[in-house]
Design a protein around this ligand. Structure first.
Ligand SMILES: C[S@@+](CC[C@H](N)C(=O)[O-])C[C@H]1O[C@@H](n2cnc3c(N)ncnc32)[C@H](O)[C@@H]1O
Length: 351
């Protein structure tokens, strides 16, 4: 119990430190420094900083030593910085310390109420979490998508097709980070992003314009309402959905829509959380409590909206395969990804 209380407290304090860029500043200092020196370098209040450094020293995140003049000096070891700071790129786990505190600030009361009412929670309840998802998308895609993920699809054949020119859709594209990167890398192909969140789509469009991308378009659409729409029939050669199926209210309808949108010889990459569908299958999951908590505080209640399925983030492989099959995907490979331990890649082929 003392470990649980201490680690919960550390997570909260680390999130505050992350937001105030203290780890980044200490990494740059790269030496033991006093409270006054760190406060000066970070432009932060010394009294708050001192209390925070106490927490980090107690938690052994930061080393504590004493200077020749008897002052405390604090040092972030490079081995810790390598997993904590913004410069750690795809090894940056520090960014995730913000997740539980942010979700608590957005939805603690609403989730408590949900235990009696069973109601979903509106997306608009999570404004700051949206911004955080933008940061996560950056950590997830910027150094990975073009360099590692796309070349891994269909043994490199997808990239060859992208270079020649195909039609691509990113379903649940959010703020468009992945799609804009793809559109920039493959100018011969055309790209459409679909999301039902208007503000996210506006951000995506703005960024596409800023980059001067002429081969990308964005649509505000409910993915559950695409199946059967003439304008979308066989419209794409490749569809991807990155972490965008499990929190939909009607995921089966969305998957049927994707099947509908795919042309002959089309491919669908569903990248979604790596887990089993039953609690028993996840007892050894290294981040089980964390991921189930994120699901309870966000994915599941979001997915319950509009009489929704409320799958939750840990819907897992068995249920995912079952739904893909119900949606009409007969050839599905489940692939582990070297660069991403959180997710599985369900690669679906259309004859
Ligand atoms: C976890 S975010 C992932 C965003 C992006 N694919 C990425 O990798 O960063 C899930 C996205 O799915 C979108 N979404 C949820 N339900 C949807 C629906 N019914 N139709 C279209 N998009 C939906 C959300 O608005 C959100 O942008």
């Amino acid at each position: 119990m003392t470990d649980i209380l201490n680690h919960g407290a550390l997570n909260l304090a680390m999130a505050i430190g992350y937001q105030n860029r203290i780890f980044d500043v200490m990494e740059e200092l790269d030496r033991p420094a006093t409270v006054t020196e760190i406060a000066g370098a970070a432009g932060l209040d010394g009294r708050y900083l001192k209390e925070w450094l106490g927490i980090m020293a107690m938690g052994k995140i930061i080393d504590l030593s004493v200077t020749a003049t008897g002052e405390n000096a604090y040092f972030l070891p490079p081995a810790h910085a390598a997993f904590l700071t913004r410069s750690a790129g795809s090894n940056n786990l520090g960014v995730y310390t913000q997740e539980i505190p942010l979700l608590t600030a957005c939805a603690m009361e609403a989730v408590n109420n949900g235990f009696t009412t069973g109601d979903g929670i509106s997306f608009s309840q999570y404004p700051r979490f949206q911004e955080f998802m933008g940061q996560l998308a950056d950590a997830k895609h910027r150094q990975i998508l073009i360099q590692h993920f796309l070349p891994s699809v269909d043994n490199g054949k997808l990239v060859q097709r992208l270079k020649k020119g195909i039609r691509v859709c990113d379903l649940g594209c959010g703020q468009g980070l992945a799609l804009n990167l793809m559109a920039e890398a493959f100018p011969e192909s055309t790209f459409v992003g679909i999301d039902n969140h208007e503000e996210a789509v506006r951000t995506a469009q703005k960024e596409a314009r800023r980059k001067g991308l002429a081969n990308v378009d964005y649509l505000v659409r409910d993915a559950a309402k695409i199946n059967g729409e003439k304008a979308f029939y066989a419209r794409f050669d490749y569809v991807c959905a990155f972490d965008a199926i499990h929190d939909q209210s009607h995921p089966l309808d969305a998957l049927k829509g994707i099947r509908w949108m795919l042309a002959h010889s089309g491919l669908f990459s569903m990248v979604d959380i790596k887990a089993g569908s039953d609690h028993k299958d996840n007892l050894d999951h290294p981040m089980g409590p964390f991921l189930y908590t994120v699901s309870l505080m966000h994915c599941m209640p979001i997915g319950l909206n509009g009489n929704g399925a409320g799958l939750g983030m840990m819907w897992g492989r068995e249920l995912a395969l079952n739904m893909l099959s119900q949606a009409g995907f007969e050839q599905v490979e489940v692939l582990e990804m070297e660069h991403d331990g959180f997710n599985l890649h369900y690669l679906c082929r259309v004859p």
